[in-house]
Design a protein around this ligand. Structure first.
Ligand SMILES: Nc1nc2c(ncn2[C@@H]2O[C@H](COP(=O)(O)OP(=O)(O)OP(=O)(O)O)[C@@H](O)[C@H]2O)c(=O)[nH]1
Ligand SMILES: C[C@H](OP(=O)(O)O)C(=O)O
Length: 208
């Protein structure tokens, strides 16, 4: 069993541009990537690949193997799945609230495929026991798409339901969850720029 993390640092997280500069967004994704790698290692995942279109931000990466593929996310991942000869766990790089227990729970699924839904219909983690028989199609309502792809391939799907594993850091409101529930370098980084404030009964971001 091995894990692959699709990762692109250049121009990352454009949906966070209302609150973070490009430089800040690129720093944040690098911190989150390293937290995801550490979580996978702590869960006992020994083979970890990073699939990236360039070495940007990965020049000093020693904790995982960097595989370069300039194709888009789906093409790069489907190429990876075609080559795989063991179960594959596709883990997004923007999951700083993912824990080793989540990883262990996902990979101990009784299903052929285990999916962790993200906000807004995304797919945060996709564990595939028989990768050669599966193809991904991220973006849009990819969670529903990935469920259908499994069912059409006769593979049964387990949905791993987790509030924290379901939080991918895409939009400003996701930074509130990182400040409330997070720990480690990405939480520390954001806590230097933002604090939480209660406004009209809701928790919101405010500049420090
Ligand atoms: N290998 C590879 N990974 C990608 C590519 N585009 C995005 N990713 C990664 O795929 C995961 C999900 O991507 P998004 O949440 O859309 O990240 P993003 O493109 O930086 O965010 P937005 O600009 O807000 O859409 C993250 O781990 C990204 O680093 C790509 O073209 N190639
Ligand atoms: C890659 C994409 O991420 P999102 O844009 O939903 O955060 C998805 O999960 O399909």
């Amino acid at each position: 069993m091995k894990a692959v993390i699709p990762y692109k640092k250049a121009g990352a997280k454009s949906r966070l541009s209302p609150v973070l500069s490009q430089e800040e967004r690129e720093e944040l994704v690098e911190l989150m990537l390293n937290q995801v790698i550490d979580t996978l290692k702590e869960a006992g995942i020994e083979t970890i690949d990073i699939l990236s279109p360039s070495m940007y931000g990965l020049e000093n990466m020693t904790k995982a193997t960097v595989l370069l593929d300039r194709n888009d996310l789906n093409e790069a991942l489907n190429w990876y799945l075609e080559q795989a000869e063991e179960p594959v766990m596709i883990v997004m790089a923007d999951l700083p609230l993912l824990s080793p227990d989540h990883v262990k729970g996902i990979t101990s699924t009784e299903g052929d495929v285990c999916i962790v839904p993200g906000k807004g219909g995304g797919t945060n983690v996709l564990f595939i026991k028989n990768p050669s028989g599966y193809r991904v199609r991220y973006y849009g309502s990819s969670f529903l798409t990935h469920c259908s792809i499994a069912e059409e391939a006769g593979q049964n799907v387990e949905i791993y339901d987790s509030f924290l594993a379901g939080i991918d850091i895409d939009e400003p409101e996701d930074l509130v969850e990182l400040l409330i529930h997070g720990s480690g370098a990405s939480k520390e980084y954001i806590s230097k720029k933002f604090r939480l404030e209660i406004s009209r009964g809701r928790v919101r971001l405010a500049p420090v």
